[in-house]
Design a protein around this ligand. Structure first.
Ligand SMILES: Nc1ncnc2c1ncn2[C@@H]1O[C@H](COP(=O)(O)OP(=O)(O)O)[C@@H](O)[C@H]1O
Ligand SMILES: [Mg+2]
Length: 241
């Protein structure tokens, strides 16, 4: 079981797109996937409700008091949880950062996105310092032009690497298919089949991105599950015993 949070204080950085790609591919590999959609716009949950994949479910009413209970209930092999955060810097964000196995921070090649990412990273560091635990996190470059690397993208990447940020090797490329998933109900797989469209490049990118994300989750190992996680799940074990 993995709990992956997608966070960036900047709206439009590609959080929901990354969350949906993760859900698609994890379900494809046989997991039950629960998207905890923390954004009042509910774009990820709407997608999940209509995507036609019975393995993908959405929760839209998580609050700081209900999130730990949801995670406790979902904590079982074969179930992965993706928390799609809003841009809000609130208690739900802080709690999620402390409870997940990996914080994924999508960043477009722009200074504004990098600033939004730094807000999340500073909060992670604050929690780490105060809760004395490590939070596994990585940046993923999003909406990357598959053909050219722009100067601002290079600048953002260099800045983040300079700050010691781990980076998911496969960036999420800019693809029309990643917009179409929200316009027509379905996953890339079902859209590909139903509409006879060739989403090959998008699917190869999605698969490589998710493989790299899961390798990063594994790299963290159980030890790296957020500093609040032990408290949360030990409590559950105690309750059952
Ligand atoms: N890789 C991508 N390729 C094409 N469009 C994208 C990509 N990533 C994001 N978008 C588009 O950019 C907008 C914002 O993306 P979204 O994932 O909703 O960001 P966030 O959840 O951070 O606000 C949406 O219209 C989305 O369709
Ligand atoms: Mg979003």
């Amino acid at each position: 079981m993995a709990v992956i949070a997608v966070a960036n204080a900047k709206g439009g950085s590609g959080k929901t797109t990354a969350a949906v790609l993760l859900a698609t591919e994890l379900a494809r590999s046989g997991s039950d996937v629960v998207i905890i959609d923390c954004d009042p716009l509910r774009l990820a949950a709407n997608w999940a409700d209509k995507c036609g994949d019975g393995r993908i479910l959405a929760i839209t009413d998580a609050t700081p008091s209900t999130l730990p209970e949801y995670l406790r209930r979902l904590h079982r092999p074969g179930c992965d949880v993706i928390v799609d955060l809003s841009g809000a810097r609130d208690v739900l964000l802080a709690l999620t950062l402390g409870l997940c196995d990996l914080v994924l921070v999508p960043v477009q090649g722009s200074a504004m996105d990098a600033a939004g990412a730094m807000q999340v990273i500073e909060l992670i560091q604050y929690i780490e310092a105060n809760a004395r635990g490590r939070i596994n996190r990585a940046v993923v470059l999003s909406r990357v032009n598959p053909l050219v690397t722009t100067r601002s993208l290079r600048k953002v990447r260099d800045l983040l690497l300079l700050r010691g940020m781990a980076m998911i090797e496969t960036p999420i490329t800019e693809r029309g298919a990643y917009r179409e998933m929200f316009e027509h109900p379905g996953t890339l797989y079902t859209l590909n089949e139903a509409r006879g469209r060739s989403f090959d490049k998008a699917m190869v990118n999605m698969q490589a991105f998710v493989r790299d994300v899961m390798a990063r989750v594994e790299l963290g190992g159980r030890e790296a599950a957020g500093p609040f996680a032990r408290m949360c799940y030990q409590h559950a074990a105690g309750g059952r015993g």
